[in-house]
Design a protein. Structure first.
Ligand code: NAD
Length: 247
């Protein structure tokens, strides 16, 4: 269903009067780049458990990674790595807002690096990035190619131990330095735009509680638990919103 023009107009007005916008986003910002999210009813990865009946939450957990790294890497390569994906209107629109001095930070739960590919500079990756990888023993850093170069568990050239992605697995804490920066950005924002996230993954979702500014906007295909707290809720495709805004 087409998003009503008055919603787009309201968002344009908010952007016009804002100077310290922060965007808080999730996997829904990248579905229009053909990267599946977790919880969309139709194509979300949570509807596609692996052939052994294991859920993504198990397959992407720290304990499973330690117990069965070969199965972890098979699932991770197949479902989480999309090196050929290109940014969409949302990523480009946000990069434009940053360049115009309106947007101060993007806080993302995504690990796909598409905001940076679109030209955004200040991006806080709460859950890490597929593009950073490191040896679990000697900490030598590796590019994504190391994970893609063969179908086995990637092994460090220096010490022979396992290389892993710098992404936050279930059962692992977030990076405290990134948390600090994210909370600081949200606390200082005059407008918080939340987009393409189910807001059910904690602690990330809880950070929006630190918002003290004047306008909270939620753009999402499905309803979220925070809709009632928002000043403007736009239900629909975030790509459509950015395509129709005055940027
Ligand atoms: P989620 O899957 O829980 O929720 C995505 C939300 O976005 C859903 O509510 C869905 O309705 C909405 N959505 C989907 N497409 C949309 C669109 N085009 N326009 C507007 N809304 C849209 O994702 P989440 O909240 O980010 O949390 C899940 C975790 O998944 C995150 O921690 C993230 O690290 C990980 N993840 C990341 C990627 C990625 O990097 N692209 C992909 C899959 C999962």
């Amino acid at each position: 269903m087409k998003i009503p023009q008055e919603k787009i107009d309201q968002l344009n007005e908010i952007i016009l009067r804002s100077n310290r916008i922060v965007f808080f986003g999730g996997a829904g910002t990248s579905t229009e780049s053909n990267i599946p999210d977790f919880r969309s009813k139709r194509n979300g990865l949570y509807n596609q458990w692996n052939e052994k009946g294991l859920s993504p939450e198990i397959l992407l957990s720290r304990s499973f990674f330690r117990k069965k790294p070969e199965v972890f890497f098979q699932y991770y390569r197949q479902n989480l790595i999309h090196p050929d994906a290109l940014p969409n209107e949302t990523h480009y629109g946000l990069a434009k807002l940053e360049k115009a001095g309106k947007l101060k930070a993007i806080i993302t739960q995504n690990i796909d690096g598409l905001h940076q590919k679109a030209g955004s500079k200040y991006v806080l990756e709460l859950h890490g990035s597929i593009y950073r990888n490191y040896c679990t023993e000697c900490k030598k850093e590796y590019h994504l190619e190391k994970i893609l170069e063969d179908n086995n568990v990637p092994i460090c050239n220096v010490c022979g131990k396992m290389v892993r992605p710098d992404v936050t697995l279930y059962e692992e804490p977030l990076d405290i330095k990134v948390i600090d920066k994210a909370i600081n950005a949200i606390s200082n924002a005059d407008t918080l735009i939340i987009g393409g996230t189910s807001l059910v993954v904690y602690p990330a979702a809880g950070f929006i509680e630190f918002f003290r500014g004047s306008d909270m906007v939620i753009i999402n295909k499905e309803t979220t638990l925070y809709d009632q707290k928002a000043d403007l809720v736009i239900q629909g495709s975030i790509g459509e919103v950015f395509r129709r805004m005055n940027l």
